[in-house]
Write a protein that binds this ligand. Structure first.
Ligand code: SP5
Ligand code: ZN
Length: 344
């Protein structure tokens, strides 16, 4: 499968995050993409660097002030103290209910809170460069499919599906799947379906398209009552306004088996048929894998092949966008299985 890989991804390399008050090593690492790149290279897939500029789709998906913040965040952090080069900024205060989110405070850490949904998405010196190049990779994959390729894979990190119109979160900064869907809309596609199979609900993608009927969003994920992102992803979220009926959440209890997962996939695929989508974006999180260190579904390599085959049967021009998946050493094989199943 034609694969657009992000040559800048390694510039986003934060060292630690927090878990239960302890500093732990980051789960979302450059090695993840390197394992996938090696597996696809070995599998004979055609690898290319991005050849499209995502600027126009970026301006449609994210707010200008959020993008300005993201682009300038690291220099502002260093300006506070040159020693910050060795430190990672984390937000410590958020504009929750009753506080004002229309104010842009001067304090950097306060602004970081304004633009973050959690304290689990550390910034690094090259976060903007890596995420911005990832948007180009997503736009490039979308362009290639609209120009006639059967499918394309956007091999990039950091991932994107938790990032909303004006916030980062869940290791995500720019919503690559939304960039791909918007790029397809800007070309020939009248309605794009985004199918999110990451273990975690794609709250950012859902919220970006929630009032739109030209992008249908469906997600299969761990029940947010117990799983991140907790505050979105419930079955009663079906869209509003023009978007009413164009959002489908299929939460499954943590620990659900492959049979339950594929039953949900069948429902999502049926819905994609009902809405007459003419193009598909797959938010391909591989953290549904049985060996994933932070997730609790139990798909195997063989199940990923089956997933790819089922998606191919939809018969739509398809862009795959890499999202999560933290069993790094197995990530390449699992991605390769999806593409193999799709192309079988
Ligand atoms: C793109 C994506 O998959 N983002 C996931 C963000 C999850 N953030 C919460 C991580 C919590 C880590 N919990 C560690 C549990 C170890 N037993
Ligand atoms: Zn995930």
């Amino acid at each position: 499968m034609l694969t657009f890989h992000n040559p800048m991804h390694h510039l986003h390399a934060p060292v630690h995050e927090f878990f239960r008050g302890e500093k732990v090593a980051c789960f979302e690492t450059p090695a993840r993409a390197e394992f996938v790149l090696a597996a696809l290279q070995a599998g004979g897939h055609e690898l290319r660097e991005p050849d499209q500029d995502a600027a126009s789709a970026l301006a449609q998906i994210h707010s200008e002030r959020y993008l300005d913040f993201l682009r300038t965040a690291w220099p502002q952090w260093i300006a506070l103290d040159p020693q910050n080069e060795q430190r990672q900024p984390f937000p410590s205060v958020w504009p929750v209910r009753s506080l004002r989110s229309d104010i842009e405070p001067e304090n950097f850490v306060a602004r970081l809170g304004l633009y973050s949904m959690d304290n689990g998405s550390p910034l690094a010196s090259g976060t903007w460069a890596a995420a911005r190049a990832g948007a180009d990779a997503a736009a490039s994959a979308a362009h290639s499919v609209m120009a006639g390729a059967r499918a394309a894979f956007c091999l990039s990190r950091p991932p994107g599906h938790h990032a909303g119109h004006d916030f980062m979160g869940g290791y995500c900064f720019i919503n690559n799947a939304a960039i791909a869907a918007q790029t397809m809309r800007n070309l020939e596609a009248d309605r794009v379906a985004v199918l999110d199979v990451d273990y975690h609900h794609g709250n950012g993608t859902q919220s970006i398209f929630y009032e739109r009927d030209d992008v249908f969003f469906a997600s299969i994920h761990g029940d947010p009552l117990t799983e991140y992102p907790f505050y979105l992803g419930y079955a009663d979220e079906t869209g509003v306004g023009d978007g009413a009926g164009y959002n489908l959440n299929l939460p499954l209890p943590a620990g659900s088996d492959a049979a339950a997962w594929f039953a949900a996939l069948e429902r999502a695929c049926k819905a994609i048929g009902y809405v007459h989508a003419d193009a598909l974006v797959v938010s391909l999180g591989l953290d549904t894998f049985e060996g994933d260190p932070i997730s609790q579904f139990s798909l195997t390599a063989g199940d990923f092949d089956r997933l790819g085959a089922r998606l191919a049967a939809l018969g739509l021009p398809t862009v795959f966008v890499l999202e999560g998946g933290y069993a790094a050493a197995e990530l390449g094989d699992n991605a390769q299985q999806v593409l193999h199943g799709f192309e079988r």
